[in-house]
Design a protein around this ligand. Structure first.
Ligand SMILES: Cc1ncc(COP(=O)(O)O)c(C=O)c1O
Length: 371
């Protein structure tokens, strides 16, 4: 059945091309594809299945349940869980061959404990906080961390990593300070006699801005989905939007008189006689509500102004003299057919980020995968 409502078209050909273009930039390093938050709103299993067999690809998620979903979908690649360790799922993580993050002494103790109890411990990456002030060991604790790992050689410490706070900004001075701190702690680990299979701290911003931070693994989310992590980066890696977010025209009010109010609050009034189309997509589906103030949609290659406040389930578009057909779709963001409306533009003009907009796609939105 063809359900009328918002659609997120997922262009898998672009996803693969984006991955290959990122690969050209980072060489043969391991690529940790970040598919947390349902693959940034694109559908984690669809995304993971499409690229699982590309060489050198593993996946990162935030919570255990996201990793479980991938395993249940038949994904056998390595999967790293970013979140704080929880005792409740540690045994399952070991059984499912998931890789976890250790970011506090308590985490290392939990790992030691699970190994003692079941004779098995999930492989893990140690995370150091170099400037996010979020998860991660303090740099000052590096001696204790490396000492613990040396004293417990049977614990499978497979990686070491950190996360940048400002790698996608114009001013990279703080990112360079973080990078230097990370290089230092990696060196200390090596001097303590430890060798980590994976060393990583780059995200999309660093892929674009900090080629000296690639180490032997690069984590990439936003670039893979074909959008810029911020408006301050230069997009030297060629990528195309993987999602096209569209809404169907479900009603056309023809020849609406000049001076007619449209939508809640009456903040939009028609200037001339015009055709107003009703689009069945609302902020409950992920439509970026503040965009109505200055926003537009794309239809057959042309831009048409959004008329009045976006509602929970619908919004209106002023088509002027043009008469679209009921059942046709307008493009809200992405790139489809003759229409191109970058999500970056909406992010910048509404004071938000591409991350917020893409992960906000939900509600009644139907995901349609295109090969
Ligand atoms: C720890 C970590 N690494 C990598 C990423 C991927 O970042 P990006 O989407 O900017 O590539 C994220 C995303 O927020 C993250 O939290």
């Amino acid at each position: 059945m063809n359900i009328i409502g918002p659609k997120a078209y997922i262009h898998l050909d672009r996803l693969k091309q984006n991955l290959w273009n990122i690969r050209k930039q980072i060489g043969d390093r391991h690529l940790l594809c970040v598919v947390k938050a349902d693959g940034y709103g694109h559908g984690a299993t669809v995304i993971a299945r499409a690229i699982a067999r590309e060489p050198g690809v593993s996946f990162a998620v935030f919570v255990f349940e996201e990793a479980l979903e991938l395993r249940q979908a038949g994904i056998t690649n390595e999967i790293l869980i970013f979140s704080r360790l929880q005792k409740s799922w540690l045994e399952d993580a070991a059984r499912l061959n998931l890789v976890v993050s250790a970011s506090a002494m308590g985490d290392l103790e939990l790992l030691q404990d699970v190994q003692g109890r079941i004779g098995k411990c999930p492989r893990f990456h140690v995370k150091f906080d170099t400037g996010m002030t979020r998860l991660g060991f303090d740099l000052a604790d590096s001696d204790s961390v490396f000492g613990f790992l040396n004293a417990n050689k049977s614990l499978p410490a497979a990686g070491i990593y950190s996360h940048f706070a400002t790698a996608d900004e114009g001013d990279l001075s703080y990112a360079h300070t973080q990078l230097h701190a990370f290089q230092q702690v990696v060196k200390e680990g090596q001097e303590a006699g430890l060798s980590f299979q994976y060393i990583h701290c780059s995200n999309s911003g660093a892929v674009l801005n900090l080629s000296g931070a690639y180490f032997n693994m690069v984590r990439v989310g936003m670039l893979l989905y074909g959008a810029a992590p911020s408006h301050e980066v230069t997009m030297d890696v060629d990528v195309e939007p993987v999602m096209s977010f569209c809404g169907p025209i479900v009603n056309i009010r023809r020849r609406v008189q000049a001076g007619t109010q449209v939508s809640y609050g009456g903040v939009y009034t028609t200037v001339n006689e015009t055709n107003i189309a009703v689009i069945q997509t609302g902020f409950a589906d992920g439509f970026p509500r503040p965009w109505y103030e200055r926003g537009f949609v794309s239809y057959k290659g042309l831009e048409y102004k959004i008329a009045g406040r976006a509602c929970m389930d619908q919004f209106m578009v002023d088509f002027g003299d043009v008469e679209p057909e009921e059942g046709e779709e307008v493009l809200i963001f992405g790139k489809r057919g003759h229409d191109h409306l970058p999500v970056e533009r909406i992010a910048q003009e509404t004071g938000t980020t591409t991350y917020v907009l893409l992960t906000g796609i939900h509600g009644r939105t139907e995901h349609i995968t295109l090969p």
